[in-house]
Design a binder for this molecule. Structure first.
Ligand code: BJW
Ligand code: ZN
Length: 241
């Protein structure tokens, strides 16, 4: 089993996707039985879907809130939290997952690139996003300030990422040039951009690039190393001292 051999010079940027939470019991998106087998993306994960049928979108995200609350971080999440404790500020985790499992495993330097299941915001005014773990079926929430609909704080297709997140990733990669940058993607199919382009950005800073995934990824050709298999088994050994 390979090991990243991280040392006092290493700077590690980790990108995770749904495959990392699969062994906690949460479905991925694009596998057989994945979320996109059971729901049309255009019905539940676009701003147009929310305009058209907010109750359907809230049911989808309420079910996912309940599912995420009912499961626990696995050995992959824990290994990622552990390596952060060793590297400190030379570590950054970028997750496409909205399930909150990395934070529950102890990760602190986390960018939630596609938002969070447990945060909501107004769909119209710029009132701050707020923590929210309620389940909505028919009585949908409205903004206290402007009475527009409250929506999940999720980045849907066709929506831009949060500028502060992009800035944080760019700053980390710039700082990493001072040492030995390493990029690791885990449990992601490499289908969704801009996240799938992060490997190219990391390569441009001179990073060595690793992929851990159950199957070859769409953007797999961009990685120096591919370790095929399950995250919960591989990550503790790959990231271990
Ligand atoms: C295991 C495992 C185990 C299983 N161990 N492995 C450039 C080119 C082409 C298209 C575009 C482009 N740039 C932008 C686009 C459009 C679009 C896009 O990428 N479309 C593609 C699908 C073609 N991107 C966007 O719209 C993005 N926005 C944007 O670009 O804005 C630009 C803009 C600028 C200015 C103004 C306006 C716009 C936003 C993308 C948002 C994605 N949102 C979603 C849903 C919301 C979150 C949620 O509800 O959870 O995010 S889509 C969905 O896919 C979700 C995920 O985070 C994301 C990635 O999926 P992930 O994590 O990779 O999961 P899977 O299922 O695909 O893969 C899991 C993998 O794990 C599999 O390979 C398994 O084998 C593996 N696995 N078990 C290890 N145990
Ligand atoms: Zn409002």
């Amino acid at each position: 089993m390979p090991n990243l051999a991280l040392d006092g010079e290493s700077w590690l940027l980790v990108l995770t996707g749904a495959g990392v939470s699969a062994e906690s019991g949460l479905p991925t998106f694009r596998d057989a039985n994945g979320l996109w087998e059971r729901h049309r993306v255009e019905d539940v994960a676009t701003p147009e879907a929310f305009e058209r049928d907010p109750a359907l979108v809230w049911r989808f995200y309420s079910q996912r809130r309940a599912a995420a609350e009912g499961c626990r971080p696995n050995a992959g999440h824990l290994a990622i939290a552990e390596v952060e404790r060793r590297l400190g500020d030379r570590f950054l985790l970028v997750t496409q997952n909205v399930d909150g499992l990395h934070a529950r495993a102890g990760s602190r330097r986390v960018v939630e690139l596609h938002g969070s299941l447990f945060t909501s915001r107004c769909s119209r005014c710029d009132r701050d996003p707020f923590p929210d773990d309620r389940l909505y079926e028919r009585d949908l929430p409205e903004c206290d300030a402007c009475h527009a609909r409250i929506r999940p704080h999720i980045v849907w297709f066709g929506e831009p990422l949060f500028p502060a997140d992009i800035h944080r990733i760019d700053s980390f990669l710039r700082a990493a040039r001072a040492g030995r940058p390493v990029f690791l993607a885990a449990g992601t199919s490499g289908n969704v951009y801009p996240a799938a382009g992060l490997v190219h950005q990391a390569r441009a800073t001179g990073a060595e690039t690793w992929l851990v995934n159950a199957e070859p990824a769409e953007n797999g050709a961009a990685f120096d190393h591919f370790v095929q298999g399950r995250g919960a088994g591989i990550l503790p050994r790959l990231l271990g001292p």
